[in-house]
Design a protein around this ligand. Structure first.
Ligand code: COI
Length: 364
């Protein structure tokens, strides 16, 4: 497994140029990247090398037709100094499913996790240690064959880059504001909605801009057929707490099967909190908010962890959820997940992959 891995370390680290006191999300990359190439029906030439441009002709098909998939996961520096990856096996499985939908070759078993561990080991000094901070890991696969026919590429590049980051949404007391998207559609049955592929995100850019211009953080997607049922938020799955029951949209091919979503379902079940995965109409949500039945709502995703939703705009009206801030269950789930990720509570689920620490942490 990755036995041919070549490692070329940078001669000049960019670590000291980073403003570690004000990390954003994905604006700065660590020193190295992992690359792997697919040619003649086989993956090969694994390398860890300095992060930088990958030469590519403008004629490669993925730039034209969007044959790309990506993933997102995190490495954490625990309170005990130990480095932990959260559920990399789940991301490996989802990558394989995205690849299948996009006609891309899956990685050989175990290579995804091995590559991530090797890269994070080399750049472990880049794992930040502030509250809510982590090393965000972004694996990406793209077709790199030069051709303009609309058909799958026969050559691919798999790259993993990492970025020290804070949680996606700054939670400054206010929950995220969502605007229901009443016109545009993110995904339709039979489409690529469940795959982590660029086109889904490209489709969300204009609606996202419209929501921002109207004073909201994000668009909230409805189903593409009736524009009636809640689906997801651009980069998060969504959960609503109706009295003592949590409701989240089901996986039926149009929303991302989030690893955080899955983890939350497990945590809820373990605590005996009822959770329904079912169709949930926007009318049921707005009526529930008005009657007080909807006590809280939150988004769940790797980048955003568990993000409180403060208000929802729909048909020109604003529906404020609870006090607009962080609900009790939202805070509880956030704390439970992050306690596992930072090693504050033992992992009874087999979700954590611990890594050896071989370099001093940045604060040592
Ligand atoms: C993640 O949560 O890892 C994502 O992929 C969201 C990203 C598009 C910001």
């Amino acid at each position: 497994m990755l036995s041919q891995l070549r490692v070329e370390r940078t001669s000049v680290s960019r670590w000291s140029q980073v403003d570690w006191g004000s990390l954003g999300f994905g604006g700065v990359y660590a020193d190295h990247m992992f690359t792997l190439e697919y040619r003649d029906n086989a993956w090969g030439n694994p390398q860890i090398r300095p992060y930088g441009p990958v030469p590519m002709a403008p004629g490669v098909a993925s730039l034209h037709y969007g044959q790309t998939v990506f993933e997102g996961l995190k490495a954490f520096r625990g309170v005990d100094g130990v480095i932990r990856l959260f559920r990399p096996d789940a991301n490996a499985r989802r990558l394989a499913e995205s690849c299948q939908r996009l006609c891309m070759p899956p990685l050989p078993d175990g290579w995804f996790e091995a590559a991530i561990e090797a890269l994070v080991a080399v750049d472990q000094a880049w794992i930040p240690c502030g509250a809510g901070e982590s090393l965000y890991i972004r694996p990406l696969m793209i077709g790199i064959e030069e051709h303009l026919e609309v058909r799958p590429s026969r050559e691919f590049l798999f790259v993993i880059m990492t970025a020290p980051a804070r949680i996606y949404f700054k939670n400054e007391g206010q929950g995220v504001a969502l605007q229901v998207q009443e016109h545009y559609t993110r995904a339709a049955p039979g489409g690529t909605g469940f795959a982590k592929t660029a086109g889904n995100y490209a489709a969300s850019l204009l609606p996202g801009q419209c929501s921002n211009a109207a004073g909201y953080d994000q668009a909230l997607w409805l189903d593409g057929v009736e524009h009636r049922y809640i689906e997801e938020v651009g980069q998060m799955n969504i959960f609503f707490r109706f009295a003592d029951t949590v409701v989240t949209p089901p996986l039926r091919g149009t929303i991302l099967p989030g690893v955080t979503r899955d983890s939350i379902l497990t945590l809820l079940a373990e605590q005996g909190i009822a959770c329904e995965q079912r169709l949930l109409s926007i009318d049921e949500v707005t009526a529930g908010i008005e009657s007080g039945l909807v006590r809280e709502a939150f988004g769940a995703g790797t980048a955003s962890v568990v993000a409180p939703i403060g208000r929802i705009g729909y048909q020109g009206r604003d529906y404020r959820i609870g006090n607009g801030g962080t609900g009790e269950l939202t805070a509880q789930l956030f704390n439970q997940l992050t306690a596992l990720q930072y090693g504050e509570t033992p992992d009874s689920h087999g979700w954590i992959r611990q890594m050896a620490v071989t370099e001093a942490s940045p604060v040592d």
